[in-house]
Design a protein around this ligand. Structure first.
Ligand code: SAH
Length: 361
């Protein structure tokens, strides 16, 4: 084999991905599996991101309002069968207090995330959403509360929620089955995502990198699924072990592979909102900064009351569990600035390609 040609061919593959926003399965798989072109890949991803979003980084205030969950995902620290977690719920007033504090700090998006907690009936969620909507008409309200019926999603939307984060986790049904008990299905999760989109939500999908049994083929399927869905946001972070889950003996996902996939994501979905996740900052002390340099354009600081932070432990050693909300913003502002970007406090909707805007009123 002529290595020089292979090398050129593969560099050309990266350039082609940047130019065309896509690659055939085989080339995509090969690129996922090599670290040889990472530098070029990150540079082109950053260029693309700057073309569309400049150096802007959007902030989303994350409110983890309950760690009760009826599900038993094998990777997740707050799964039902983990009896070692202290469970907590925020009251409506406490959630609103988080928003008040967040608004004063400049947040214009509130992300309400929780386990699938039956205590928060549709009526309760709607009540909370309505109240936030009334108090903060200039803000986006994002829900991340798992799989619900279409009717529930419609009710939340009517109450004033306008974004929804629901990572698809893995697009491959067989792989999905190895990460979740059989009462859960990847098919239902995908149904949820399409319902959410049809209802009019701005939708976030995504997956973890390096979950047990994940193959390169699975990752290619993840990209294909997202091409079909067309999400506004794409959340990708490394899988991180939690000591009290069935997956306790599996290693963390790879940091480098996560960065590579983030850069590929920026090139395939140039307009997407791509967060530099907390998991990325947990696996590497400057992981989020490196994520920003590889194409990410969102950070999601924690707005939850500090006394509960440690309890929303999806994986071991989660960062930012000890600081007040204001400290979190200050710290991130500095990190973002040091990486060469700047936090902006507008509502931060995803931008759209020019041809998409033509039909709009
Ligand atoms: N109940 C909501 C929120 C889940 S927590 C829902 O079902 O969508 C948000 C995300 O954290 C999950 O979608 C998952 O991708 C991620 N997560 C869970 N456990 C994790 C782990 N051990 N390591 C890394 N990420 C994890």
């Amino acid at each position: 084999m002529n290595t020089e040609n292979t090398l050129k061919g593969s560099e050309e593959t990266v350039r082609r991905l940047a130019r065309e926003g896509d690659l055939p399965d085989k080339e995509l798989a090969a690129l996922i599996e090599t670290d040889e072109y990472d530098e070029l890949l990150f540079r082109l991803a950053d260029e693309r991101r700057r073309e569309i979003y400049g150096t802007d980084v959007y902030i989303r205030g994350l409110i983890e309002f309950s760690n009760y969950c009826r599900n038993n995902c094998y990777y997740c620290g707050i799964r039902l069968d983990n009896s070692l977690v202290d469970r907590y719920r925020l009251t409506r007033e406490e959630i609103l207090e988080c928003c008040r504090e967040g608004y004063a700090l400049g947040y214009r998006t509130f992300v309400l995330q929780s386990g699938e907690d039956g205590y928060y009936t549709d009526a309760r969620i709607c009540e909370i959403v309505r109240e936030i909507r009334e108090g903060y008409p200039d803000c986006a309200i994002t829900l991340s509360i798992g799989e619900k019926s279409r009717e529930s999603y419609e009710a939340f939307f009517e109450a004033g929620a306008n974004r929804y984060l629901l990572r698809h986790e893995t697009a491959d049904p067989e792989h999905y089955g190895r990460l979740h008990p059989s009462v859960m299905s990847g098919e239902n999760r995908k149904r949820c995502l399409f319902d959410l989109k049809e209802i009019g939500y701005q939708v976030g999908a995504g997956f973890m990198v390096g979950t047990p049994y994940q193959t390169t083929g699975n990752l290619v399927s993840d990209f294909r699924f997202m091409q079909e869905l067309g999400p506004d946001m794409i959340g990708i972070g490394p899988y991180l072990t939690h000591e009290h889950t069935p997956f306790r003996d599996y290693p963390n996902g790879s940091f480098k592979l996560t960065l590579r996939l983030l850069a590929i994501t920026r090139l395939m979905f140039p307009y997407a909102l791509i967060p530099a996740t907390t998991a990325l900052g947990t696996i590497d002390p400057t992981g989020r900064e490196k994520g920003l340099k590889a194409g990410c354009n969102v950070v999601m600081p924690n707005l939850s009351p500090v006394r509960f932070r440690k309890l929303y432990e999806l994986y071991d050693n989660k960062i930012c569990t000890g600081e007040e909300a204001a400290q979190c913003v200050g710290c991130l502002e500095m990190r973002v600035k040091n990486a060469g970007y700047r936090i902006v406090t507008d509502i931060g909707n995803a931008k759209r390609p020019p041809r998409d805007r033509e039909g709009e009123r």
